[in-house]
Ligand binder design. Sequence first.
Ligand SMILES: *Cc1c(COP(=O)(O)O)cnc(C)c1O
Ligand SMILES: [Zn+2]
Length: 417
Amino acid sequence: MSTMIGLKCRECGRVYPKEVVFVCEYCFSSVEVEYDYDAIRRALTREVIASRPKSLWRYRELLPIEGDPTVGLFSGFTPLIRANRLAKALGVDELYLKDDSVSHPTLSFKDRVVSVALTRAKELGFDTVACASTGNLAGSVSALGARSSLNRYIFIPADLEVGKVIGSLIYKPNLVAVEGTYDDVNRLCAEIGSKYNWAFVNINIRPYYAEGSKTYGYEIAEQLGWRIPRHIVVPCAGGSLITKIGKAFKEFKLLGLVDGDMPTLYAAQATGCAPIVNTIRERSEIVKPVKPNTIAKSLAIGNPADGYFATKAVLDSGGWADSVSDDEIVEAMKLLGETEGIFTETAGGVTLGVAKKLIEAGRIPRNESIVICITGNGLKTQEPILSRVGAPVKIKASLASFESTLGERLAGEKCRA
Ligand SMILES: *Cc1c(COP(=O)(O)O)cnc(C)c1O
Ligand SMILES: [Zn+2]
């Protein structure tokens, strides 16, 4: 059974068949998937969802596919962690981390969007998939595409972190490093996409791809015991994830799966690339492109495709936005490691750093529930922290060397001999 009706323009509302359509031919806005919510309401209850395997496909009626899911059967349903030690450090009462740093198979939230995009690409008859990536998408399309026997053309900016490059090459895609920024890569891919009949997951099949992000929001609600948190801090690159988290809660409310107020959304970016944050803080509707310069490369999109919708989602929710410097990003990565034992990538440092700022500024109240979105893994972005985490203590292979070198520490931590 398919609950997907078709595609619909996000501006003028014109409808299109559920094929490869990504811009409205009348107003040039992007299009979005439309569902038959009455049919979904009949099929999808809390009990039905809870009875299914713990993957993002437990919400399949709310995802844009027609047959059975075929890609990413182990993706999604990552932990939602009550973070009491971090809460204490930030001076807040009720804090959660939605931890996609352990996403299967490639350790970032991109496994969600790619599972959906590739399942749909196969349904639409493509044998070649492609993407323009800031790093994590490259790894996920490479890996999930390998298992699906798809040809893969992956385009990245040439200056990516080694962990992201190796984390794609191991799956043997056609990896193309473009001299330029992500925005240059994206422009080139739009040109290539108009000539080659490939499924560019974040370009021509973007309407399907983007829906995968909703599962991040569904899981937060389900894992909170079918509750809506008050505040959610979300990292933004192209602005799709934050927009779709908003849509996820709207849909769950519409279907009666949760009740209560919509969450307040907060956008997090690096100061070196903050086009969405700037637009929100100016309460504007026009996103001004920037030239990125930040260690948070996975978020370094200067001309965000969904910047307008992300801004609208945040302001409509009563939320706000902020950015952090490279230094604050590293400090936040370390804070998360020390308090909660989670090694996040630079994007996670952005999100936590911004959450901390918004709490200190009184924008997020200390006594209400807060979710911080951790979307990627730190093993992929080691360069900026190499010189910032200290070094191991070196000793000779003897008890005497151990005790003479660590003597002070052993006494300080009152270790019993
Ligand atoms: C892609 C990405 C995001 C943001 O995604 P958008 O939907 O483009 O805003 C956030 N975190 C990480 C780690 C990412 O790779
Ligand atoms: Zn239109």
